[in-house]
Design a protein around this ligand. Structure first.
Ligand code: C5P
Length: 216
């Protein structure tokens, strides 16, 4: 039987993957999971509870208690939350605790769009459409800088670039579910693209995958 029409959109921070994923979800009328938000929530809630983010069991305890309805806090969208997320995301016990929520999404019969780092490699390797969205670190830092400015968080460009490089390194080198493209993912480098161009390119990639899926 053919799998549900799931689109995975993986890639590093500020690559444009969130925008691409949201655009695809709108085009295909699919629900979208921002899996990074789960890790952000665990990181922020662990910090608020005064826990050591390097303590796997403490962070996993928070992850096990996390509910979908807890995810609306704007504090999860800050720069510090991204860093905390990446620190708790190295722990296999945290990843395991967040797995069922992600799998439930991936198994929706009507399909879904899954945005993250390991959606195409670990959570839904059977997804018929997989994208890996990247951009040069300098371009990503500039995008994130503008976004944070708009949110009223004044941070220098150099600090953001350093954050991005450190986060890429941590996410890409961890032993459990490192950030990397699935073997059958299509790479989309958005460095030279506007949001509209990236969205169009993503749609063309997914259209081709959908045609193959329909014929299967
Ligand atoms: O995508 P976002 O920047 O919100 O992700 C925050 C952090 O959460 C990432 O840097 C990564 O460490 C972690 N993450 C992950 N696996 C995912 C999604 C996010 O490890 N599927």
């Amino acid at each position: 039987m053919r799998p549900p029409f799931v689109i995975t959109v993986d890639g590093p921070a500020a690559s444009g993957k969130g925008t691409v994923a949201a655009g695809l979800a709108a085009v295909y009328g699919l629900a979208m999971l921002d899996s990074g938000l789960l890790y952000r929530a665990v990181g922020v809630l662990a910090e608020r509870a005064g826990l050591d983010l390097d303590n796997a069991e403490a962070a996993a305890g928070i992850a096990r208690r996390l509910r979908a309805e807890d995810l609306g806090d704007p504090a999860f969208r800050t720069r510090g939350a991204g860093e905390a997320a990446s620190r708790v995301a190295v722990h296999p016990a945290v990843r395991l605790a967040l797995r069922d929520l992600q799998l439930a999404f991936a198994r929706r019969p009507e399909g879904a769009v899954l945005d993250g780092r390991d959606q195409g490699t670990v959570i839904c390797p059977e997804a018929p459409a997989k994208l890996y969205v990247t951009a040069a670190p300098g371009v990503r830092a500039e995008r994130r800088w503008k976004q944070l400015q708009a949110q009223g968080e004044a941070v220098g460009y150099d600090e953001i670039l350093a954050d991005i490089v450190k986060r890429d390194e941590r996410d890409g080198s961890r032993a459990d579910s490192p950030m990397r493209p699935a073997a059958d993912a299509v790479l989309l480098d958005t460095s030279q693209m506007t949001i509209e161009q990236a969205a169009d390119a993503a749609r063309r990639i997914v259209e081709a995958a959908r045609a193959r899926w329909e014929a299967s």
